[in-house]
Design a protein around this ligand. Structure first.
Ligand code: HEM
Ligand code: HEM
Length: 248
């Protein structure tokens, strides 16, 4: 994760960082990925018909893969319910920022394959880049489908409903797996264009401003504006000041 030599903090730049994600968001994300990684491993193990021979995870925890899978599944379901209750505002922002597609997004996608190596991404105006927005929606829908159908599998022991839940559960697994793998590759910062972004969710959520500017330019500019209050009087930002000038 971001271990290349030039990923080291340049001297004197330690303070030029931005907080990208709040502490509750970071902890929720950590809970989701701890459970989802276990669910993916045990789910694939079960799906490939290996239930008879316990996986490493089952041996380490001293249970069967099916039991470990179901228990972790309940943990993810509980976490999702808790986040839905206490984090409603965060969910709203996440949703609004993910469904908003704009005119320049197609150009961003055209430049993306080269930009993952060069870091020269096309401009986009969102909090999330267009690729993240699609990934967010796919992850949200498939993880919800997995939780609902998984609970269905626990509660129903046969009949057409069971067959239906199993179908939804399997197909959601096929869709979610490559998206999670892609997300982890991108967010871990092993691709040069995304170097340093792993910090957005770890170790205090502080990432270097230069990394943030490269991947989320408009969001980073907005952050700077908020951080630099107008010197003449307390409170209003430059943005507010210029819009009031326009009104004048
Ligand atoms: C990332 C989320 C999840 C993934 C990727 C996943 C994946 C899978 C897969 C691939 C199977 C095997 C299906 C087959 O036999 O073909 C499975 C089985 C199952 N899953 Fe999940 N699952 C997830 C979440 C959940 C949740 C949230 C629950 C419930 C709370 C759950 C409950 C179950 C149950 C009860 C089975 C049947 C286990 C058995 O064979 O006894 N899963 N899951
Ligand atoms: C395994 C299940 C995981 C799921 C379901 C998941 C899901 C998400 C989602 C929905 C976001 C919001 C924005 C985005 O799409 O980037 C996010 C952000 C992020 N994730 Fe994950 N994640 C997982 C694992 C990981 C892992 C293992 C890492 C380790 C590098 C990671 C690093 C990050 C980072 C750095 C961000 C911040 C991006 C931003 O600030 O826009 N994620 N994750």
């Amino acid at each position: 994760m971001g271990t290349e030599p030039d990923d080291a903090e340049p001297e004197g730049a330690q303070t030029d960082v931005v907080e990208r994600n709040t502490r509750p968001a970071r902890w929720f994300h950590a809970g989701v990925y701890a459970t989802v990684l276990v669910l993916l491993a045990t789910g694939w193990w079960l799906g490939l018909g290996r239930e008879g021979s316990p996986s490493v995870l089952a041996r380490v925890t001293g249970t069967s893969d099916a039991e470990l899978h179901t228990l972790t599944g309940w943990a993810l379901a509980g976490l999702t319910a808790l986040a839905a209750v206490v984090g409603m505002r965060g969910w709203r922002t996440f949703w609004q920022e993910s469904v908003r597609f704009r005119h320049g997004d197609a150009a961003w996608f055209r430049r993306w394959p080269a930009a993952v190596l060069t870091g020269r991404f096309g401009r986009h105006e969102g909090r999330f880049d267009p690729g993240q927005r699609i990934a967010n929606l796919v992850l949200l829908v498939t993880l919800l489908a997995l939780v609902v159908s998984g609970i269905g599998l626990v509660l129903v022991s046969g009949g057409p409903a069971f067959v239906w839940f199993l179908l939804v559960h399997r197909w959601s697994t096929y869709v979610v797996t490559p998206v999670v793998v892609g997300h982890v590759i991108i967010a871990s910062g092993i691709l040069p264009g995304y170097r340093g972004v792993w910090r957005a969710m770890h170790l205090g959520g502080h990432l270097r401003r230069a990394d943030a500017e490269r991947v989320w330019p408009t969001w980073t500019e907005r952050t700077r504006t908020k951080e630099e209050p107008c010197p003449e009087y307390e409170g209003p930002s430059h943005e507010e000041r210029s819009s009031s000038r326009e009104r004048d």
